[in-house]
Design a protein around this ligand. Structure first.
Ligand code: AMP
Ligand code: MG
Length: 343
């Protein structure tokens, strides 16, 4: 593969034509990078194992890391997943409240889903995107689309077409530019299970749909953190992930930081606060703020991967990250910072 074409989808008047073209490419077994409300995805026809193999190849993703499947309707969920009776009610409630949107549900799979998609697991991760382009393409194709984040394996997720280009140029033929992603963090992943009194929602990945938002549907459980990079029990939730090329260190307090002479350091600051933050602690070579002046977790989430990529490209020797408070969206941000700091 040589040239990567970027299709500008900013004008709604072009949308039908673009959707038709992209659905045609997917039908022909090609892979296409598409915008979603979370991060950009690298999509393929989920029922075509050869097409899905191209996604793994372009990303250099190991085959033990399963993909999320995007559906365009509730009927499509039934085509690929078998929802057990004992969780039917909670699954319906979760979908009604959060679909289309950044919530992925892990459900028992049907045979039509290739093992390639699920890494041989007997479950499939399903989501319905709220992004108008992704939504329209799935509907036009009439089949579910497997779409992991459009970055090389283990790297920073792309929240713009330009970031996808940096990750995958020359490896894929087409990127649809639908502007910046509204949420900026990957979907929350839940595996619902029947419980004694209430359903149990195993939160496999923290994301825009927070624990606080899910508690009314059942008991939210977070699995223990996976410290090895190969545990099959927590597929894809690898210790090292979202990693910049530049080493990143997450500090609890600035006092833990001892700069080495001759090394340059970039600060990933929460809001650039001189009072509570690390900004005064050292003469940083570069400072980037997640929520400049505001200290809003929602803004920090949207900007997170963009800012991380900016620091990674700044040429500093090491990125030092301030912690954010581990509530609401802060749980997902801290989870990503922890994984980004593992080498
Ligand atoms: P990505 O779309 O690149 O963020 O990756 C999708 C993630 O979804 C994987 O890394 C897994 O963590 C998760 N996932 C996909 N399928 C399953 C499944 N059947 N069971 C548990 N987790 C899954
Ligand atoms: Mg990913």
């Amino acid at each position: 593969m040589s040239e990567t074409r970027i299709i500008d989808a900013s004008d709604p008047a072009d949308q039908n034509k673009i959707v038709e073209e992209v659905a045609g490419l997917l039908e022909a077994g090609e892979v296409v990078a598409l915008p979603t409300e979370t991060v950009y995805g690298l999509g393929a026809d989920a029922l075509n194992a050869d097409a899905v193999a191209k996604v793994f190849a372009a990303k250099e993703r190991p085959e033990f890391d399963p993909l999320i499947v995007h559906v365009g309707s509730y009927e499509q969920v039934d085509e690929i997943a078998e929802v057990p009776d004992e969780i039917k009610e909670v699954v319906a409630k979760l979908m009604k409240a959060h679909w289309p949107g950044p919530l992925t549900l892990v459900l028992p799979k049907k045979d039509c889903v290739p093992d390639m998609v699920t890494s041989g697991l007997d479950t499939v991760a399903v989501r319905m995107s709220a992004h108008p382009i992704m939504k329209a393409v799935v509907r036009k194709l009439g089949k579910p689309i497997a779409a992991p984040s459009a970055n090389r394996f283990g790297r920073i997720s792309p929240t713009s077409a330009a970031a996808v280009e940096k990750e995958l140029a020359g490896r894929i033929s087409t990127i649809v530019d639908g502007g910046a992603c509204r949420e900026g963090l990957e979907s929350t992943i839940i595996r619902p299970e029947a419980g004694e009194k209430r359903p149990v929602l195993h939160m496999l990945r923290a994301g825009p749909v927070t624990k606080e938002m899910l508690q009314r549907f059942g008991k939210v459980e977070r699995p223990k953190r996976n410290r090895s990079n190969e545990s099959p029990e927590a597929p894809g939730q690898l210790a090292s992930h979202y990693a910049p090329v530049t080493p990143l260190r997450l500090l609890r307090k600035i006092g833990d930081f001892q700069p080495e002479p001759g090394k340059s350091y970039g600060l990933l600051s929460y809001c650039g606060s001189e009072k509570t933050g690390f900004i005064n602690g050292y003469d940083w070579d570069q400072v980037e703020e997640l929520s400049p002046g505001n200290g809003k977790l929602s803004e920090a989430a949207v900007r997170f991967f963009y800012v991380l990529r900016k620091l990674d490209e700044s040429g500093v020797d090491e990125i030092i990250a301030e912690p954010v408070s581990e509530t609401g969206l802060g749980v997902a941000i801290m989870d990503k910072l922890k994984r980004a700091s593992v080498r």
